[in-house]
Design a protein around this ligand. Sequence first.
Ligand SMILES: *Cc1c(COP(=O)(O)O)cnc(C)c1O
Length: 387
Amino acid sequence: MNVKELDQTYIASTYKRFPLEITEGKGSLVKDEQGKEYIDLGSGIAVTSFGMADEAWLKAVCGQAARLQHTSNLYYTDPCAKLAEMLCSRTGMKKVFFSNSGAEANECAIKTARKYASDKYGENRFTILTLKNSFHGRTITTLSATGQEHYHELFRPLTPGFAHADAGDLDAVIAQHEKTPLAAVMIECVQGEGGVIPLDPAYVKALSEFAEKNDILLIVDEVQTGNGRTGELFAYMHYGVRPDLVSTAKGLAGGLPLGATLMGEKTANVLGYGDHGSTFGGNPVCCAAALSILSRIDEKLLNEVKEKSRFLFSAFTGAPGIESISGLGLMIGIKTKKAAGEVVAKCMEQGVLCLTAKDKVRLLPALNIPMELLEKAAEIIKAVCAE
Ligand SMILES: *Cc1c(COP(=O)(O)O)cnc(C)c1O
């Protein structure tokens, strides 16, 4: 059997894969099994922040793997401690818990919020409000947090203690808090899986003020938006708010599994010995990878992300076959006249890999994608949309 047949026979049928086997890549170019080259505008869903086999990343990863690949959290290791320090010094947050994925980073934030609220207000204050059309992960608890019915249907009973409100509707949050007191509100500043929709800054500001006044924790899910993706280190920095908990994962280690939950002043000391843990979390190879990535997400790189974002907005705005463009930084959603799936399939034939999010074509290129490649890919997408 070839790879596609083996996969279809032996891998659980949860993924509808594109008809493409990727065998290798360098930077923002990847190759299939026939040797055909593609410009990668998906980055493994916002994961390969600096593209494939980036030289500095590779050196950090291979160097660390050659010294020490895993110790468990029973011992101190250098990459994990240094990464936590870097995350805190760049955000003003106070402590970090490391895990392996976005869902786990959110689980930690949820556990921390529940413990904070029950320590302070007793066992009845546990409800966490999230937004409709949000996405927070696939574990039973994070899918309960996710504000989209169709993720819930097959898996009841869900974890209790979640409420959902429409994005932009502060009154609904206030009403919910009066009905059952809230422990926390959790938002994505740009709803990613929901269709690349940035939240309204005035709403986020007002929500944050209401939360702070009522000692409701503000959790920002930066799993997709974090680590430079939107043109700031974290998307909440565009909004001028100070979260109590920030979860991140996807692009953090540039292609290795690493989740992080950042804790602010109020939440830094909520979890104590034995309250939470992870066997792999904070793995030295993943942390060394993340140190290499984060240390290069500086002002200069963030300005380049913003510049490439402006280029994409101006390239697609008003172009034939394109209805609208949304997003922030290099997290872009394009509403096309043709069905998004059809655009993505045609772009693939033409050597450009794009994603979808709901009814949009979604672009999440590497943060350092060369301008020439981005221009070339944008031309191909435009031509496909204009057909
Ligand atoms: C991808 C994603 C998650 C889940 O991350 P996993 O690593 O797949 O568990 C959670 N929240 C948001 C906003 C995401 O985009």
